[in-house]
Design a protein around this ligand. Structure first.
Ligand code: ADP
Length: 550
């Protein structure tokens, strides 16, 4: 804004200067013409007087008159002739002088002619000189008033510019002060905000260190509790083992069938001692798993071997209740994971013994293995243990892995247990970065599924890294091939996907190839199948690329 005003004021000043320059130029040229006119008038009247005095000839007077006439015809800068500026009396006087001159003889004026002309000549000479002088004076006055007007205008404009500049300065100052106040207020507000943030940060930091302290205290307490539990359980286990030993001795000492009541008492004591031992062992296992100091040393573990050993151990218990444990071993692959063999063995012992314990007589427990990809496309070994036992009430499923939890139907059916087996399983699975899930229906049966990250040899790892390229090629090939060539392409690609660990996708692709080979499909149906196959491949491709980014 300041710049705009400054430009306006500069522009008006320069306009004013131009105007003044024009005024002075015009005054200069007009003044020169007027002065020349006065000079020529003087020269003419002087010649005329000299002619009257018989000093110069008529010719010389006429020359002066011609020069004056010429001067009077000159047009000045204001587009006026000098004659037009002069008093009409001047022109009348000139006309009189001309008529007197014209009737006079050429050459010097004869003495006799002087007297009649002289009086008239005196008169018009005075008029001419007076009028030419008034011309100068009048112009001088005109010029003065013009200059005064210009000066006044300039003064007025200067005052206007000054007023403009002053108001501008006032406005600018107001703006600067207003801006400054606003800025200061903003700074204050920001400072206040920073202060309160800092205070909040300080409080949070304090709370965090308090929480940290609490966590450390709780961890210490937990450690102490674990130590205490371990000690108590060790102390309990020793007399308990001794009790169990004495029960065995008692059993061997007493003749079987001699006293049914004693047999019953010994059986009850034996069963309860075993439950107590199971409880002590479970609590010890859990406190060992809870203790953070003992991180297990992982090694390659073949889950088929682990499960087979657990089945072997549990076969007598299964035989007792006539439950058949079936293993689905229809696989060429090993199911290798990285883990602690003892802990993993504990997982399957607990799960299979539960399956047997909660199954009716003459039923079946089926154990299956598979290799799966989770949502993030990581490879997992999945083992599921399915029974057709009492199942679990739906509402109680979420609590299943809590310590000491026992489902209501297990309690009602008086099936012995401690409620710690599944908690141990969950803890071990967690340590192995795996997952455990359960699907169950009361009186129909339960399936527990354990998934542990698969062990990948460096070669496996390389193959898996190539998955995304193979998938990309599969998508391009299936998308671009003619319908007539789709069968062969699918056959080829289905196998490749299987090799690269994308079994499920591979078998879907092979299925389409088989259908095409059977030749039973209509063209439109094949096209639709190709589209849905491509969608599936693309989804997996997206997941793999997301995983790659992570
Ligand atoms: P326990 O078997 O010693 O009671 P667990 O922790 O192993 O303790 O199991 C907790 C509870 O989960 C069991 O008491 C039972 O109610 C339920 N449960 C576990 N496995 C099964 C199964 N296969 N079928 C039915 N219920 C089961």
């Amino acid at each position: 804004m300041n710049l705009v005003v400054l430009a306006i004021s500069t522009f008006s000043s320069s306009d004013q200067a131009t105007e003044e320059r024009d005024v002075f130029t015009s005054a200069q040229t007009t003044a020169s013409s007027i002065i020349f006119t006065q000079r020529e008038s003087l020269a003419y009247t002087t010649r005329y007087s000299m002619w009257l005095a018989g000093l110069v000839t008529k010719r010389e007077v006429e020359i002066s008159r011609a020069i004056l006439a010429q001067r009077l015809n000159v047009i000045d800068i204001e587009n006026l002739s000098m004659g037009a500026r002069l008093d009409p009396e001047f022109l009348n006087a000139l006309r009189v002088s001309d008529s007197l001159l014209s009737i006079s003889p050429d050459g010097l004026l004869p003495r006799a002619n002087v007297a009649p002309i002289k009086v008239q000549a005196q008169e018009f000479i005075t008029t001419i000189l007076g009028a030419s002088r008034s011309l100068v004076v009048a112009y001088q006055q005109e010029l003065d008033s013009h200059l005064v007007a210009v000066a006044e205008k300039r003064q007025r404009e200067s005052l206007q510019n000054l007023a403009l500049l002053v108001s501008l300065m006032i406005l600018t100052s107001i703006f600067i002060v207003w801006g400054g106040i606003r800025f200061l207020r903003q700074v204050k507000r920001t400072q206040h905000y920073i202060d309160s943030e800092l205070r909040a940060l300080e409080i949070t930091r304090d709370e965090l260190s308090k929480v940290n302290l609490t966590v450390l205290t709780l961890e210490d307490l937990n450690e102490t509790k674990n130590d205490f539990i371990s000690t108590v359980n060790h102390e309990l286990r020793t007399p308990l083992t001794s009790i169990i030993g004495y029960i065995e001795l008692l059993k061997s000492e007493i003749e079987p069938g001699k006293s049914s009541q004693i047999d019953l008492i010994i059986d009850v004591v034996d069963k309860n001692a075993m439950v107590l031992l199971d409880l002590v062992e479970s609590i010890l296992s859990l406190s060992r798993l809870d203790s953070r100091q003992k991180t297990p040393l992982f090694e390659e573990v073949n889950l088929i071997d682990t499960v087979e050993k657990a089945v072997f151990v549990l076969t007598p218990q299964a035989d007792l209740s006539q439950v058949e444990i079936k293993l689905d071993l229809n696989h060429d692959n090993d199911f290798l994971v990285m883990g602690d063999p003892n802990q993993l063995s504990q997982v399957f012992l607990n799960l299979i013994s539960n399956a047997v314990k909660f199954s009716p007589e003459k039923s079946e427990v089926l154990i299956t293995f598979s290799r799966v990809l989770n949502e993030q496309m990581d490879d997992y070994i999945s083992v599921s243990i399915a029974d057709t036992g009492i199942g679990i009430p739906e509402k109680e499923i979420p609590e299943l892995f809590h310590r000491f939890f026992r489902a209501s139907n297990a309690i009602n059916n008086q099936i012995v247990g401690t409620g710690l087996g599944l908690a141990i399983v969950a803890k071990i699975v967690e340590i192995h970065n795996g997952t455990i899930s359960v699907s169950s229906e009361e009186n129909i049966g339960s399936t527990f599924r354990v998934e542990i990250p698969a062990y990948l040899s460096p070669l496996d790892q390389k193959i898996l890294d190539k998955r995304i390229d193979v998938l990309q090629r599969a998508i391009t090939a299936i998308r671009d091939v003619e319908l007539s060539g789709l069968k062969d392409t699918c056959h080829e690609i289905g196998g490749a996907l299987g090799i690269y660990g994308l079994d499920e996708l591979g078998s879907k692709v092979l299925e389409l190839s088989r259908e095409l080979a059977a030749g039973a499909c209509e063209e439109s149906k094949v096209a639709a199948q190709r589209v849905s196959l491509l969608e599936m491949l693309d989804k997996t491709y997206q997941r793999l690329s997301e995983r790659g980014k992570k």
